[in-house]
Write a protein that binds this ligand. Sequence first.
Ligand code: C2E
Ligand code: MG
Ligand code: MG
Ligand code: MG
Length: 275
Amino acid sequence: QSKKLGRNQVSFFDPDALPHFIERRTLEFELRDALQKQEFLLHFQIQVDHWRQPIGVEALIRWQHPELGLLLPSDFIPLAEENGAIIPIGLWVLEQACQQLKAWQASNKTAQLSLSVNISGKQLQQADFAQQVLARIAQYSVPAHLLRLEITEGVLLGEIDAIVHSMNQLNAAGVRFALDDFGVGYSSLQYLKRLPIDQLKIDHSFIQDLEHDQSDRTIVRTIVAMANNLGVDVIAEGVENELQLELLRNKGCVHFQGYLFGRPIDIRQLNGFLS
Ligand code: C2E
Ligand code: MG
Ligand code: MG
Ligand code: MG
């Protein structure tokens, strides 16, 4: 019986899977209203340099659902991408990010921090995407070079020419791009050549067993060497312990993100930490 259910079936005893058996249509319906009801919020995770000093922050969206509690992106971003809600939600995230960058300009301690925002393919494929981003940068008069948009290779399966055009337009204005989850997709090297990308984020799946897995170490060393040769910054995601950090440093990696340095936290905690 349990075999028949297959791998994708949700166990009714798995509390993590709760959102999946709440009727899908209900969640989809609520998703449309969640923006107006101000149920979204951002958590922030710091990125550090070789000396563990903060160099940037990544914004990670959360949905404070009235009944289900705090939902993670995996619970609702795929749904939002399917029904188009990701467009207004994504603009909200960008607006919050610009507002935050603006606030950080007021203090020397935070004025140099970059802020990374995750962008989904649907957003990047909008004809007016670049315009929308530039409008918010202007509205909050933030230094464009401190805004970094994170895309994954999956994004690039869309209308590639339109995407390249948007990215170039934004890059010309100073906006930076990171290639997220690097190494788990495909065609990475092609796109690296063609797109204005200035940072590779080594996917956490290569980091999590770094202590035990020789081939992961080889992969990491190769990515770092390639990035250095291409003049692209590289940052390791999901660094959880000192041994991983040490191994990454040995491979020449100098930028890091992960629980070892800080979990994603809300804006009050973050500002407390940074001040
Ligand atoms: P991502 O951009 O690769 O973000 C990194 C994810 O790894 C985050 O999960 C973060 O909480 C988690 N993480 C950070 N450090 C560690 C660590 O040391 N160990 C482990 N095991 N995990 C760590 P989160 O917040 O659940 O976000 C998941 C994904 O959702 C993100 O992956 C990103 O692709 C997407 N996402 C987040 N915010 C947004 C958004 O505003 N818009 C869009 N379109 N996607 C978003
Ligand atoms: Mg990211
Ligand atoms: Mg990632
Ligand atoms: Mg991811």
